[in-house]
Structures are given as structure tokens and as C-alpha cells.
Design a protein around this ligand. Structure first.
Ligand SMILES: [Zn+2]
Length: 377
């Protein structure tokens, strides 16, 4: 299911397969389609055209709307959104702790109010597994608590001990659901999630505990929530030696192109982030020369594409001047073209990282681009 085919330092070039799609080449960036669509008017068909290997959808959102039982009736999420490649669903934990209000956490799970209409919902490890089973994703994520940043040591310790107990319940329920005769995707995998806030000793203790459960992969969660990048890299440095070598590693919700390059250098294989689509919708575009704010006056009569070296559907046909006009005129097409460009850029970034690992030139690539991609073009 997962194999590291080459190392350069701690950076890993690997291959991964699951119930849908062909071989996934890692390191990989998962394109985020929160509610079964990519914000900005981008469909699963578009994802194929822009080099996406894995789509990611959100358990919390799809449970609230349209309801996971509706998705199940429609044949599962793959059929519902017409995407035949791999899908990862998050556990809902992050949204429960960031979006929902009136939260009450107990050993059994969390009661909270829907951010849409305020109605009370209970979600624990079993419910999260049942929802993800109904969605029929290829990779289900364990239900975890994302503690607020900053958190006290005492709270973070109690929380990650509970998240470790929750993973045992997730694994048992996941196994039961996969064995049911009418399950949507009987080959669904389960990834465990490492927590422990910004305390390296808690992170390491928790990682050692969850590694015992032999999950299909392991994620580092609860980072990129406002802590400095160096703190995040320090946590990865502490946890990585404790992550199984033969399982995929996923850094959740990260990040900028530079964050991704730095995490790959520390042995991470999977990424996801709303940044390319969110920034795109605000006219902030990524290019190999640095970032571009297309709303800038200097692009008003600029006939060149966003990036000369980009092969995306936007850059193939349209000028900076036209894209800027679409934003100024509030045309929906502005969002679509910008999101397609930014996701193309992220998918191409991963392709170039893989090429660098294949040819043994990762260090040179990191040196050349890690700083440059953060700066304005
Ligand atoms: Zn482009």
C-alpha cells in the first residue's frame, strides 16, 4: 500500500495505492474540496486536468449538509462528486473545535452546536467513523481533539491522553464497519493523528502510543494554528523519528510552498491546505518567481499571463490584465481561474519536489526555492 522508493537525507520519495485510482506518487499535495467541491467553482473534472492525485473532503461539513446518509444513498462520495481517484476525509475533529460553538467535551465525545443552524450534534470516535464509512472515502482520519494554541501543559496532556484512547475506539469501530456486507468502501484505510500541542515530550509520548495500533498511516495534527514556523519544524523534528518508516506521514493543514519544502526535508509525505484556493479567491497567486497580487494597478494593461512558465488553464489563455479586470468586475470566473492556477502551481511544486528526489537534487531545489517562493515576484 505504501513504499518508500528513495531517500535523500530524511526526505522520502514514495508510492501509495488505495481502493480508487492508480499509484499515487509522493510527496503529494491533496486538493481540498471541503463540501465535495473546490471553492471557486472548480469540479472534480477540473482536478483531473490540473494534476490532482488525491481529493480531500470534510466530514463535519458533509455530515451537516447534505448529510452523510444522503451521500451514501447516492452511492458514496466518489459517485456523488464524480471523482474516481483517492479521497481522504478528515475526522471532523478540527471543525468541531474551530467552527462549532457551545462545545462540551466528555470521554464519550463532543456535543456541539452546528455553525449553520445551531442544532445540537454529538460526535465521538464511533460517529466520526460511521460518517466517514457512509462517505466511502479511501482514507478515514481518526477523531481527535485539536487543542487551542497556546494550551497549558496540563490541558494538552489530558487531551492527548484522551485522543490516544479515542484512537483505540476509532480502530475498533473502523474494523467493524469495513467488515459489514453493505459497507460503501470495505478497503477504507485509517490514519492516526499525533497531538500534544507545542510540547515535544507530549508529542513523542503520544506518537509512541498510537504507533502501537498499527494504523495505515500517521498524521501530525494541531500545527499551523498560529505558532511560528520554527516551532512547527521543531515539533516535526521531535516526532518524525518516532513515526513508523514504512507508513505514510501526513502533515495536516500545511501550508505555504516553503513550509511544504521544509516538511518534505523532514520526512513528510502527504499535505493539504486551503491556502492555494483561499489565496486565489483573493487574487493572491503563487508563481515560480514569487507571489503576485493580481489586483495591483501595475497589471491593468499587462498582456502577459500570470506566469510565463505555467501551463494551467488560466495562463494558457488569459492575460494578467484580463484576470485583474474579472476581479474588479466581480466576475465569478476570476475566482475559478485563480484557484485553478494556484492548485496547478501546488501540484506542479510536488511534481518538481519528486523529480528533485528522483535525481538526487533535492538539497539544491530546497536552497533555490524555499525562500524565494515566499517573497513577492
Ligand atoms: Zn497558471
Amino acid at each position: 500500500m505504501f513504499k518508500v522508493i528513495k531517500y535523500q537525507g530524511r526526505a522520502r520519495r514514495g508510492q501509495f495505492s488505495c481502493a480508487h485510482g492508480g499509484m499515487v506518487q509522493t510527496p503529494v499535495f491533496m486538493n481540498v474540496g471541503t463540501q465535495g467541491a473546490i471553492k471557486g467553482g472548480v469540479s472534480a473534472h477540473d482536478l483531473r486536468e490540473i494534476g490532482c492525485q488525491i481529493e480531500l473532503s470534510n466530514t463535519y461539513h458533509l455530515h451537516l449538509r447534505p448529510g452523510d446518509t444522503v451521500v451514501r444513498k447516492m452511492g458514496g462520495l466518489h459517485r456523488f462528486m464524480d471523482w474516481d481517484g483517492p479521497i481522504l476525509t478528515d475526522s471532523g475533529g478540527f471543525q468541531v473545535f474551530s467552527l462549532a460553538s457551545l462545545r462540551k467535551i466528555k470521554e464519550e465525545g463532543v456535543t456541539f452546536a452546528s455553525h449553520i443552524d445551531g442544532h445540537r450534534i454529538f460526535m465521538g470516535p464511533e460517529e466520526s467513523m460511521q460518517i466517514q464509512s457512509n462517505l466511502g472515502s479511501d482514507i478515514a482520519m481518526a477523531f481527535d481533539e485539536c487543542v487551542e494554541n497556546p494550551a497549558t501543559y496540563e490541558y494538552a496532556k489530558a487531551s492527548c491522553e484522551r485522543t490516544a484512547r479515542w484512537l483505540e475506539r476509532c480502530a475498533a469501530e473502523h474494523e467493524r464497519l469495513n467488515s459489514l456486507a453493505d459497507t460503501v468502501n470495505p478497503r477504507q484505510m485509517l490514519f492516526g493523528i499525533n497531538q500534544g500541542a507545542t510540547f515535544p515530550d507530549l508529542r513523542v509520548w503520544h506518537m509512541d502510543e498510537i504507533a502501537k495500533l498499527n494504523c495505515d498511516g500517521y498524521a501530525i495534527g494541531g500545527l499551523a494554528v498560529g505558532e511560528p514556523a520554527d516551532v512547527m519544524y521543531g515539533i516535526i523534528d521531535a516526532v518524525e523519528p518516532h513515526m513508523p518508516q514504512d507508513k505514510p506521514r501526513y502533515l495536516m493543514g500545511v501550508g505555504t510552498p516553503s513550509n511544504i519544502i521544509e516538511a518534505v526535508s523532514r520526512g513528510v509525505d502527504f499535505f493539504d491546505c486551503v491556502m492555494p484556493s483561499r489565496n486565489g479567491r483573493h487574487g493572491k497567486l503563487f508563481t515560480w518567481e514569487g507571489t503576485v497580487n493580481i489586483l495591483n494597478r501595475k497589471y491593468e494593461t499587462d498582456p502577459s499571463p500570470v506566469s510565463e512558465s505555467c501551463g494551467c488553464p488560466c495562463c494558457r489563455s488569459f492575460s494578467r490584465a484580463y484576470l485583474r479586470h474579472l476581479f474588479k468586475a466581480d466576475e465569478v470566473l476570476a475566482l475559478r481561474l485563480s484557484v485553478l492556477h494556484n492548485l496547478w502551481f501546488y501540484n506542479e511544486l510536488m511534481q518538481k519536489l519528486r523529480n528533485a528526489l528522483d535525481t538526487g537534487t533535492f538539497d539544491e531545489f530546497r536552497e533555490k526555492y524555499s525562500g524565494k517562493l515566499e517573497r513577492r515576484a
